[in-house]
Design a protein around this ligand. Sequence first.
Ligand code: NAD
Length: 296
Amino acid sequence: MSKLISGKIISSQIKEELRNEIENLKKRGLEPCLAVILVGEDPASAVYVRNKKRTCEELGIRSVGHDLPETISQDELENLVNDLNNDSSVHGILNQFPLPNGLDESSVIRTISPEKDVDGLNPLNAGLIAMGQPSFISCTPYGVLQMLKRSNISTSGKNAVVLGRSNLVGRPIATLLSSKGWDSTVTVCHSRTEKLAEITSQADILIAAIGIPQFVTANMVKEGSVVIDVGINSIEDPSKKSGTRLVGDVAFDEVQEKTSMITPVPGGVGPMTIAMLMVNTVNAARLQNGLSELEI
Ligand code: NAD
C-alpha cells in the first residue's frame, strides 16, 4: 500500500514557518507585498487569483490586486508592470495567465523585473536555474521539490522520468532534478516520445505533467517507485452535484497499488504551488532589503 504525500499537510507546514517569518519582518518595518494582475474574465483565472490573495491575507502578506479589462492594450499592461517594477513597496509581481487573445505573454514576462519575478518565469531567472545558480524557482516545480525533500525521498543517483516539457512545469523540474544537490539521472518525455511505457517503467521517481486525465496507468510504473502527479484535469462525474470532478494525469487507484509514495489530486501539488508563491514573495522582500534568502 502506497504512502500518500499530502500537499495539504506539507504546504500548511511551510505556511506556518512563513507566518513566523513574516511577523518578524513586520516587526522590523518590512511588510512583504505581492501585486496580482488579472486581465479579463476567465473564471478559472479568477479563482486562482482569489486563492492567491486569500493565502496572502492568511499569512500577513499585503496583496494589491489589479483587475483589468480584456480590452487593455499591450502597452497599457506593460506600463502598469513598469510602474510596479518601480514601486519599492511592491516586492513581487504576478500576472495571472493565460492572457486574453491578442496580448503577448512572453513580452509581459520579460517586462517584469527579475527581482520581482516571483513566478520564476523571466528568462533571466529560468536561465540562472538552468546554470545551477540561485534565483526564483517557478512555483509548481519548487513545490514538487519541496514535496520530495520534506518526504525524505532520496533523489541522488535515481532514475527520474518527467512526462511533459513545458516551460512552466516539465522543463524546469527536469533541469532542477538533474542539477547538483538533487543529482537524479533525468529523462524528459513528451508527445513525440516513443515506447513511453518502457521508459516510465524504469523510473524510480515519475513526475507526470501532461494535462491528460489519468494517462499514467499501473503498467507504466515501476514497483516501489515514487509518483508525483502535477496534472489538474476536470472530468465528467454525474455522481457530483457540479457534474464534474478533478483528477490528475495518473490513474490514482490502480497506480497507488504499485508505488511506495504518491501524491493525490486534489490535495497534492496544487496547494504546494500557492505556498511556494508565498515563499518567493517573502524572499523577494528580503533580498530587496539586503537580507538573505530563507532556508526552506
Ligand atoms: P502543457 O500543455 O503546456 O504541456 C504538456 C506537456 O505534455 C507538453 O510538453 C507535451 O509534449 C506533453 N505531452 C502531451 N501529450 C503527451 C503524451 N501523450 N505523452 C507524453 N507527453 C505528452 O501543460 P503544463 O502547463 O505543463 O501543465 C501540465 C498539467 O499540469 C496540466 O494538467 C495542468 O493543469 C497542470 N498544472 C498544475 C499545476 C499545479 O499547481 N498543480 C500548475 C501548473 C500546471
